[in-house]
Design a protein around this ligand. Structure first.
Ligand code: IDP
Ligand code: MG
Length: 156
């Protein structure tokens, strides 16, 4: 089953939004298969945000990600990467559509409450970056037949 990485950022931890964000993921029908709080450091952030290393806000962004621990989550589902990105909304939360996590919970393009992997390839690398193998759990869902149709289940 496709996996993706979510980080609940320090601004969401400070604002008491951990439960709200986790509840949205669960209500959607995505399955949480890894969940922990962790303190990020410069080493992991240099890797995680390598694509932004030349940007003016790189240091500010990294500092903002170390202010408190983050909540890291591995979630699974059919097309989980694309589905979670749609739920998260645009990077600049002021432009993120109402109904999305950023659109409903943030006013900022930087303090935008959540990270989610942006491609299947990056998701695989990011889950490995934040979780060791024994921190990802595999368990049977008792209600898959009520979450997906028959043709969809055949693809899983
Ligand atoms: P994403 O989080 O929507 O995938 P990325 O372009 O990968 O967006 O940027 C990673 C993070 O860097 C964003 O979530 C945001 O916190 C921060 N960021 C992106 N662009 C800007 C900017 O122009 N100013 C300040 N922070 C930014
Ligand atoms: Mg990104």
């Amino acid at each position: 089953m496709e996996k993706t990485l979510i980080l609940i950022k320090p601004n969401a931890v400070q604002r008491g939004l951990i439960g709200e964000i986790i509840a949205r993921i669960e209500r959607k029908g995505l399955h949480i298969t890894g969940l922990k709080m962790m303190q990020l450091d410069d080493t992991i952030l240099n890797e995680h945000y390598a694509h932004l290393s030349e940007r003016s806000f790189f240091k500010i962004l990294k500092d903002s990600m170390m202010v408190t621990p983050v909540v890291a989550m591995c979630v699974e589902g059919l097309d989980a990467v694309e589905t979670v990105r749609l739920m998260v909304g645009a990077t600049n939360a002021r432009k993120a559509l109402p109904g999305t996590i950023r659109g409903d919970l943030s006013m900022s393009g930087e303090q935008n409450v959540i990270h989610a992997s942006d491609s299947v390839e990056n998701a695989q690398a990011e889950v490995k970056r934040f979780f060791s193998e024994n921190e990802i759990f595999s368990y049977e869902s008792a209600i898959t037949a009520f979450e997906y149709g028959g043709e969809e289940r055949a693809k899983m």
